[in-house]
Ligand binder design. Structure first.
Ligand SMILES: C[S@@+](CC[C@H](N)C(=O)[O-])C[C@H]1O[C@@H](n2cnc3c(N)ncnc32)[C@H](O)[C@@H]1O
Length: 277
């Protein structure tokens, strides 16, 4: 049976049980039943994302044991990336403010919340937003703000200052659609960020329509160093440390021995205003 139909039937049952106060006579507490419903909704939403074949497919796993059986569509080394990011942050994240731009399903945001940080996650895909909101509800995560929006269209300055910014695998996507916004986002990131920015990308060769949009600088990101320089100069955070690399569709590696002449790799950097020891 279609999972949406099952969901609608379960919702109806929940509605009847609630309206006729039948929960009072059941031995299972209402809260428990609600949890079952939310879990079901989370699974339906995750199945929908997993069934997609386009770029909106499930990018990250859900970092809670109840959902550890739901796998992301392609290994993007989330657990490894989280390990290196966490190691680079303050040891106590309690009360720190962190923003996660293009958060996808919220893997990093949820990990940070578990460490006690206050997190703002921004994402424009509504299905990912729905999933994040359900997980927030399921675990009663008060210190998480989830914003549905296009980064090209809103000002980060209105959100206040953040200790750390997470900006992973998104800059090149914004750049190819809207160079002006991509440049503005970097500038604003520099203004809102107090300690450092985690930045991940891979070299990209843009289509001819992007080239035509930027005749003066048609292919700015063929080499990773080019992109890193743009991000450093744009944000004003001039010191960087490489944390991690991952070859396309291969297992993640910690940065030490990047294979020669390999450019199709994701690389994760920590950028800071001060020299990094
Ligand atoms: C390649 S995924 C990277 C996800 C995550 N940052 C990571 O590295 O695991 C890019 C994410 O950014 C979102 N995204 C792309 N452009 C965006 C925009 N202009 N505003 C907000 N989110 C955007 C996409 O929907 C997608 O979830």
């Amino acid at each position: 049976m279609n999972s949406n139909l099952i969901y609608r039937i379960l919702n109806k049952i929940n509605h009847i049980l609630t309206n006729f106060h039948i929960y009072k006579y059941l031995l299972i507490p209402r809260v428990q039943i609600n949890k079952i419903f939310i879990d079901y909704k989370i699974r339906v939403q995750a199945i929908e994302l997993r069934s997609l074949t386009n770029r909106y497919r499930m990018y990250q796993p859900i970092p809670f044991p109840e959902f550890s059986d739901i796998k992301e569509s392609r290994n993007r080394g989330c657990a490894s990336r989280w390990r290196v990011i966490k190691k680079c942050m303050d040891s106590d994240l309690n009360g720190l403010k962190i923003i996660d731009l293009g958060s996808a399903e919220g893997y990093f945001s949820f990990q940070l919340i578990k460490e006690g940080a206050d997190v703002v996650a921004i994402e424009y895909d509504k299905r990912k937003i729905n999933l994040m909101k359900l997980i927030k509800l399921r675990y009663n995560l008060q210190n998480m703000k989830i914003l549905n929006g296009d980064l090209s269209k809103f000002s980060l300055l209105s959100l206040g200052k953040f200790d750390y910014c997470i900006y992973l695998n998104i800059h090149q996507h914004i750049y190819k659609r809207d160079v002006v916004s991509a440049v503005r986002i970097l500038k604003e990131l520099g203004q809102i960020c107090k300690k450092g920015i985690f930045f991940e990308t891979r070299p990209v060769r843009f289509h001819s329509y992007v080239e035509a949009m930027n005749p003066e600088n048609p292919q700015p990101f063929i080499k990773i160093d080019q992109m890193l320089d743009v991000v450093k100069n744009g944000t004003g955070l001039l010191y960087s440390k490489e944390l991690f690399y991952m070859e396309y569709n291969k297992e993640p590696m910690h940065t030490q021995s990047i294979p020669e002449n390999t450019e199709n790799i994701y690389r994760l950097f920590y950028l800071s205003r001060n020299e990094i020891i």
